[in-house]
Design a protein around this ligand. Structure first.
Ligand SMILES: [Zn+2]
Length: 209
């Protein structure tokens, strides 16, 4: 019997059989313990590559432009942590990690895992990539950054003219694709596929020998 441990309350449950797009909840704390993703690895790879292409304009192009005293200045996502770098380096590094490094690493790790499963390539470090992906999900905070942008816009509107930059639209697109990936990515499903196909691969090798 295959079991699964709830990450919130450590309750051990039997892995249920559930159809696609459905989730299984913990009987003790009602957290999601298992989900059957509606996207297979090729679809996840396509979504991750799309998101990675959007990352560059979303991070580099101006999100908002501020017009005050006849001066207009645009601010891109990457400028946020750079502004804090000298005054508060810890904040700058944390913001840079959560808004840039973790989301990009997460997309790369899911893309790489999906590609490996697609082409039946199982390097020895693939389980480490799965573990890294699970950890990065908690550190990827594009949604929090978006919330902070919206709060800043609402506050600054009273003091200056604000213009939404082209980078803002790319950032919204990135956020939507990123949220779709995170909502549908199932670490357990990838582990299951890994064990299944790895087992089949070894059986095939035995037969060939
Ligand atoms: Zn639980």
């Amino acid at each position: 019997m295959k079991t699964i441990i709830c990450r919130h309350c450590d309750m051990v449950s039997k892995i249920p059989f559930i159809s696609r797009k459905h989730v299984a909840k913990c009987s003790r704390c009602n957290s999601t313990v298992y989900k059957n993703t509606k996207f297979n690895p090729p679809a996840m790879l396509a979504l991750c590559l799309t998101a990675l292409f959007i990352c560059y304009p979303a991070f580099i192009l101006p999100l908002i432009s501020l017009h005050m005293l006849k001066i207009t200045e645009g601010t891109a996502l990457i400028d946020g942590p750079l502004m804090f770098l000298h005054s508060d380096p810890i904040v700058a590094i944390t913001v840079f990690f959560c808004a840039v490094v973790a989301p990009v690493l997460l997309l790369l790790s899911i893309a790489y895992s999906s590609l490996c499963i697609m082409i039946n390539h199982y390097p020895i470090y693939l389980p480490k990539v799965f573990k890294l992906t699970r950890a990065l999900i908690h550190w990827s905070m594009l949604d929090v950054y978006m919330l902070s942008i919206l709060v800043s816009i609402s506050k600054l509107l009273h003091y200056a003219d604000l213009y939404v930059g082209i980078g803002f639209y790319f950032f919204v697109a990135l956020l939507l694709v990123d949220m779709t990936i995170i909502a549908n990515y199932s670490n357990d499903y990838y582990w299951k596929l890994f064990h299944q196909r790895n087992h089949e691969h070894h059986n095939q090798l035995k037969v060939n020998c």
